[in-house]
Design a binder for this molecule. Structure first.
Ligand code: FAD
Length: 834
């Protein structure tokens, strides 16, 4: 169940009606930009939440036009507990955060402390249209989205906790020391005030719990040191507004309980869904995820915590976890007891649900005692393991990366420019691509599979805007195209808002550090316009295309408005030996006529595919390596027929696909020949060198993703009384995977470096080594990752099986292993003879 902010609005109940005329006068005078001079005003009320009544103001200017919306938040009417419902403090913290930090909060406009206007103080803030998830189990949300929502929740909490309170003027917002001690006393007092004679019944176990907490306050609570600072105080899903389409928090709301203090209380409170389902309802059972099972996609508690710890740079909280959870339950119980008390007096703002709040309060108290009596509440990790968890696996590697680059020495140390691009890429993939993977898969399995998911084009536009576009283009190829296309000052417009169509001026080695990142998701490369076979085809056009060919086909490929295919392989001949190719290209006047059958033309099923580079024979009687030519074929030329999509272990890789295609008397202009008749092999060498290496780079990235998923799984899954990560066999397999991965990565980087320094021909030995090593390594790592995932690993519920299937094809595609091994062996023997 998800709710748009607007869906939470209800008509204002008579008891909550405000003096609209007085309010309007105040708004016109005090809210900058409020529609004036005499706007029409209407009010609705937010139906969720149990604390300060919150209204939506709809204001339209007299002449009509789009009404503007604002949010008004006020103290509840009637007698209220001292220090509760302090809207003035909410306003103060929202203003400080909004003005000085990146913490997502609604903008505040004004604070009215004059109770004569509408009966109580209130403030006005921005209306955020977004999604609120009232149920922590996120029913009706896809698993990948659930995961993204939880990760964003953890990261946003970390962002709040990292705020420098001195820098934003909140140093006097509360005391940082002895927070828990003071809180236990405060909430005990509130509980006593909400229960007892003439009020709802008091539960003795709550008073016992208060005593236990006072006796177990952690040592760290007594000083204002690390781990203290801004505390939200009620950090849970329904106080977060998410972006309508992206899974990120756009507004943290309800700061009523915020103060300075011990931030681990916020963390534990945000973890309560794992312990208890505290939503007030008529239920009698309140088990959290750890009792009822974690909904698919929601990370394990340890992972959620590790993300928080890594982003907030906080140590693993196992030592005092029992206290913090028990405290959160205690505080929750006191809050609910207050809500229930207000309901019995008829002034709870949360409507009918408040009548169940008393029941939930008692369930929280019982749950706290059950938790206290448990032997193990959070995995005590050995110091090294907890370091990894505390920094999260990805962060751990990121830290390693940045410390390496800081030293700025050694052969494979990326430059600052590359590191910046790499960071940007990682962020882009984590923020925009991982969260869409499940959706892309769903689309690729639906009846619309051969169409493009609209979000793919949106993400391409975003990637281009961020300068993450065509990064694969090597310096020398870019230089040639730039010269050809622009030197004569012709009016060729690249038609793009940025000038990055010819890449970022990177060497193959530099691109290696980036291409690897793209390999982590099968959907990523094309979003950065760096997917095969387009990159190889663009490379051919960049290096060998005439000016006219570049204008017609290269420019739209660079723009990403069309896609392309490479048609070499034929079903009837062993195509690993390209001299076998039989497709004929015969000249007839101003045309070439093509006849033949191709298969495995990747990308040709894509509706955006407009151009094929076809390899065939122009002269069957020429010397063996001079018979072949490459020619451009518009896919819509009469005689080109797509016969069927081929499947790779059942994956058809829609919407790009791998096509079987027939060519029957296909006539293309002679100007479509590339470089000249008989020069196909020459081009193939130029195309396949970098292209092959890109596959290897991506395979390193795919393996790294496999490692990542494998480690996360092993840390979170228990078998035979231990985490999988604690079983000896796993540890040695994991270590071996890491060794193989690093070996392959170094080989790939070395090949890229040699390609840059010596060119294709001289680097062919090391290129062949990388081409054999990378897929075999990736297969081993991904296989191990699948093994650790058990049945889930071979299903389509994780990305592993698809990554594995793709890696397996690369022991064949772009030349089978045996051919590359032959190249390596020949060079070895030749060296021995010298
Ligand atoms: C997913 C995928 C995508 C592809 N995309 C494209 C594409 O876009 N365009 C395109 O043109 N092609 C593409 N291909 C085809 C691919 O390039 C060929 O499959 C590959 O070149 C091998 O050719 P073949 O299938 O005819 O195998 P064959 O040449 O028949 O070889 C079969 C086997 O024979 C053995 N063998 C071959 N040579 C030797 C040797 N010298 N020594 C010892 N053993 C040997 C190897 O075990 C080899 O696997 C793709 C293939 C796949 C699986």
């Amino acid at each position: 169940m998800t709710k748009l902010t607007s869906e939470l609005l209800r008509p204002v109940v008579p008891a909550a009606a405000l003096d609209e005329a007085a309010l309007l006068r105040y708004l016109v005078a005090n809210v900058p930009g409020f529609p004036g001079p005499a706007p029409a005003l209407s009010l609705t009320q937010f139906g969720h939440g149990q604390s300060n009544p919150t209204y939506c103001i709809h204001a339209s200017a007299p002449g009509g036009g789009q009404p503007r919306r604002y949010v008004l938040r006020k103290k509840p009417p009637g007698a209220i507990l001292q220090s509760a419902h302090a809207v003035e403090r909410e306003y103060q913290v929202l203003k400080a955060l909004g003005d000085h930090t990146d913490v997502p909060v609604p903008k505040v406009y004004c604070l009215c402390t004059d109770a004569s206007v509408i009966g109580t103080p209130f403030y006005i803030m921005e209306y955020l249209e977004g999604i609120i998830y009232p149920d922590s189990a996120l029913p009706g949300v896809t698993p990948s989205k659930r995961r993204a929502i939880y990760l964003s929740t953890a990261k946003t909490l970390a962002a709040i906790h990292k705020v420098d309170i001195n820098a934003i003027g909140l140093q006097k917002y509360g005391r940082r020391d002895n927070y828990c001690k003071r809180q236990v006393e405060r909430w005990e007092r509130q509980y006593l005030a909400s229960t007892g004679e003439g009020k709802p019944a008091r539960y003795q176990r709550m008073l016992d719990l208060a005593r236990w907490l006072k006796e177990h306050v952690p040592e760290e609570d007594s000083s204002p040191g690390p781990g203290t600072g801004l505390v939200h105080g009620d950090y849970r899903p329904d106080n977060l507004v998410f972006h309508p389409t992206e899974d990120r928090v756009i507004g943290v709301i309800d700061w009523e309980l915020s103060t300075l203090g011990n931030q681990m209380c916020d963390v534990a409170y945000s973890c309560l869904p794992y312990i208890i389902d505290a939503a007030p309802s008529a239920r009698t059972s309140y088990g959290g995820f750890q009792d009822t099972g974690i909904p698919d996609g929601i990370p394990q508690l340890e992972e959620y915590l590790s993300i928080y710890c890594s982003f907030a740079a906080r140590p693993w909280p196992a030592a005092n976890w029992k206290f913090y959870i028990a405290f959160s339950l205690f505080r929750g119980a006191s809050i609910y007891a207050g809500v229930y008390h207000r309901w019995t007096m008829g002034n709870a703002s949360g409507g009918e649900r408040a009548k169940f709040a008393g029941r939930v309060a008692n369930a929280m108290i019982d749950c706290a005692w059950d938790f206290i009596n448990r032997v193990n509440v959070l995995q005590e990790l050995p110091s090294k393991g907890s370091q990894v968890l505390g920094a999260s696996w990805q962060e751990f590697h990121r830290e390693e990366e940045s410390s390496t680059s800081e030293k700025n020495q050694g052969k494979f140390v990326p430059s600052e420019k590359v590191m910046q691009l790499r960071k940007k890429l990682i962020k882009f993939i984590e923020d925009h691509i991982y969260p869409m993977e499940a959706e892309f898969y769903k689309h690729a399995q639906s009846t619309s599979r051969w169409t493009i998911h609209p979000e793919e084009e949106n993400l391409k536009a975003l990637a281009k805007k961020e300068g993450l576009w065509n990064l694969f283009i090597p310096l020398d190829s870019a230089a040639r195209a730039r010269k050809l296309l622009f030197e004569d000052h012709s009016q060729i417009s690249l038609g793009s808002s940025n000038n990055l169509l010819l890449g970022a001026g990177l060497t193959n080695l530099e691109y290696g550090y980036l291409c690897e990142i793209m390999g982590r998701s099968v959907w990523a490369p094309q979003i950065f316009n760096c997917g095969a076979p387009d990159t190889g085809n663009m490379e051919v056009l960049l290096r060998y295309g005439t000016k006219e060919q570049q204008k017609q086909w290269l420019v739209p490929l660079l723009e990403g408005t069309i896609r392309s295919g490479f048609a070499m392989t034929e079903p009837q001949v062993a195509s690993s030996d390209a001299t076998n190719i039989e497709c004929s290209i015969s000249r007839q006047g101003d045309f070439y006529v093509i006849n033949g059958r191709k298969w495995w033309t990747s990308g040709a099923m894509d509706p955006r595919c407009k151009i094929l580079i076809l390899m065939g024979k122009t002269d069957f009687s020429a010397p063996k390596h001079k018979q072949q030519s490459m020619i451009l074929v518009d896919i819509n030329t009469p005689g080109v027929q797509i016969k069927r999509p081929l499947l790779v272990f059942g994956f058809d890789d829609a919407p790009h696909g791998h096509a079987e295609i027939t060519f029957e008397n296909v006539r293309v202009p002679v100007t479509n020949i590339l470089l000249g008749e008989g020069r196909g092999f020459e081009i193939a060498q130029g195309r396949l060198g970098p292209g092959r290496l890109h596959h290897c780079m991506r395979l390193v990235g795919a393996a790294e993703r496999g490692m990542n998923l494998m480690v996360e799984r092993a840390l979170n899954r228990t078998a035979f009384g231990k985490r999988i990560a604690q079983h000896g066999s796993f540890l040695s397999d994991l270590a071996k995977c890491r060794i193989e991965l690093e070996q392959a990565r170094l080989l790939v980087l070395e090949a890229a470096d040699q390609l840059d320094r010596h060119g294709n021909k001289k680097a062919r030995g090391i290129l062949a080594m990388a081409k054999v090593a990378a897929p075999n390594m990736a297969l081993k790592v991904l296989d191990m990752a699948m093994q650790v995932h058990g049945a889930a690993g071979v299903s389509s519920d994780t990305v592993l099986s698809h990554l594995w299937a793709t890696a397996r094809t690369l022991r064949i595609a772009d030349g089978p292993d045996e051919v590359h091994l032959g190249t390596i062996a020949k060079l070895e023997l030749r060296r021995a003879r010298l």
